[in-house]
Design a protein around this ligand. Structure first.
Ligand code: AMP
Ligand code: GLY
Length: 423
């Protein structure tokens, strides 16, 4: 089988790495590139938004199966385009990807189907939005409707900040069309869980639960990022909470998407918050999380290609999807200054790694002279896998210590709040 991966970040390197190990994978191709992908795939420098060029590439290389990584390609409808040309894909159609592509759609969908989510109002008129926020209590959550590179959620602490945010989203259009519609949402609290499930539209197989660390600096300080580290499983996601979430959130979502005539096939990511009143959905993502994928795929048992194909072929019920025992910890190593501004082109060296440590490349480039240099904000994801969470964390940090480049930045406390206090 000839497999194409669309996308070239840490998530896609993790997907490529597990797929490359499949007994059925004869050849692996990738749209986009990094130094890790170069080692295991034939890469093509094609823009992820150029669907005709991606389709041509897939047809020329007789691709049997395409796995789509990034949200913007999915929301833009790449699966519909490739499938129309006879190329089977792993990932949702454009209509199903609206769960991530439009927060207003997602909220209205949840309301229609009684799926627990914080209360909200949707606005397309700035004056109506401003009148409404004057009646609200703070903090208050303001969300740009569309994709905004992970920056479209603002937690306004007071009325002035809320009005300013509405102006920048709806009038100044800092997120372009994505912010023309705004969701104003109730602020809720509790531990967050990233839950990734695989589905063929009907059958659901959850992957290991994850805990992301979104803020740039230790103790959850600093700006939001794409993700500075993940531990899995998430200790807050107990068996009984998992059961509740499956019954009240996951299955109702999958069933309702099917009922509405837009079945969701692929990996559906539930951003959950375990509030004092029970678990609620704070977001859906229509794809593997990044860096959740790096940890969850490391703990996935079995043949990944076979599992992803079973989603596409509506046969997920016929195969087992299991997670390895133990824990994984993924620490993101970023460029100095990320996520605000950073330099690229810093030479990376990696000394000997302990066994059970895997490095997934994100923003790296292999130069003609063989050097590997930084080429993005998030550079490498270092995953430790072990019997216990504590060992997994310490292995990941041994891996981080083996990496050198100028400006290397990472959080030192990934997983700390999941470990019992040491005395
Ligand atoms: P998102 O981009 O939707 O993942 O949101 C980014 C972060 O904003 C989430 O990880 C939460 O920490 C926070 N957040 C989103 N919605 C809410 C909410 N209704 N109440 C409190 N925090 C929220
Ligand atoms: N790590 C969160 C995301 O992928 O959106």
């Amino acid at each position: 089988m000839r497999v194409l991966i669309v996308g070239a970040g840490g998530r896609e390197h993790a997907l490529a790495s597990v797929i490359a190990k499949s007994k059925d994978c004869e050849a692996l191709y990738c749209i986009g590139s990094n130094a890790g992908l170069e080692e295991i795939a034939t890469t093509a420098a094609i823009s992820l938004s150029d669907f005709p060029a991606i389709t041509d590439f897939a047809l020329k290389n007789s691709i049997d199966f395409a796995v789509i990584g990034p949200d913007d390609a999915l929301v833009g409808g790449i699966v519909d385009v490739l499938e129309a040309k006879g190329i089977p894909c792993f990932g949702p159609t454009k209509l199903a990807a609206r769960l991530e592509g439009s927060k207003a759609f997602a909220k209205e969908f949840m309301k229609r189907h009684h799926i627990p989510t914080p209360s909200y109002q949707v606005f397309t008129e700035i004056n109506e939005a401003k009148t409404y926020v004057r009646t609200c209590t703070f903090p208050l959550v303001l969300k740009a409707d569309g994709l905004a590179l992970g920056k479209g959620v603002i937690i306004a602490q007071d009325l002035a900040e809320a009005e300013q945010t509405l102006d920048s989203m709806m009038v100044d259009a800092v997120f372009g069309n994505s912010g023309k519609t705004v969701v104003v949402e109730e602020f809720v609290t509790g531990p967050e869980v990233s839950l990734l499930v695989l589905t063929d539209g009907t059958v659901v197989k959850p992957l290991v639960s994850c805990m992301d660390h979104k803020r740039a600096f230790d103790n959850d300080e600093g700006p939001n990022t794409g993700g500075m580290g993940v531990i899995a499983p998430n200790p807050f996601y107990t068996e009984s909470i998992a059961k509740t979430c499956l019954q009240r959130i996951v299955l109702p979502t999958i069933n309702a998407m099917q009922w509405e005539g837009t079945p969701f096939m692929g990996c559906l990511f539930f951003g959950l918050m375990l509030t004092p009143n029970g678990p609620v959905v704070i977001e859906y993502n229509c794809r593997f999380g990044d860096p959740e994928a790096e940890a969850a795929l490391t703990l996935l048992e079995g043949d990944a290609l076979e599992i992803l194909q079973a989603c596409r072929n509506k046969s997920l019920g016929q195969i087992e999807v299991a997670c390895k025992d133990g824990s994984a910890c993924s620490v993101t190593v970023a460029s100095g200054g990320y996520p605000v501004s950073y330099e690229k082109g810093k030479k990376i060296t990696i000394s000997a790694l302990p066994e059970s440590v895997t490095i997934f490349h994100a923003g790296t480039t292999l130069k003609d002279n063989g050097d590997v240099v930084t080429s993005g904000g998030r550079v490498l994801h270092v995953v430790g896998q072990a019997k216990t969470l504590k060992e997994a964390i310490s292995l990941a940090y041994e891996g981080v210590a083996a990496i050198s480049f100028e400006g290397k930045q990472y959080r030192g406390d990934i997983g700390k709040k999941a470990l019992p206090e040491e005395v």
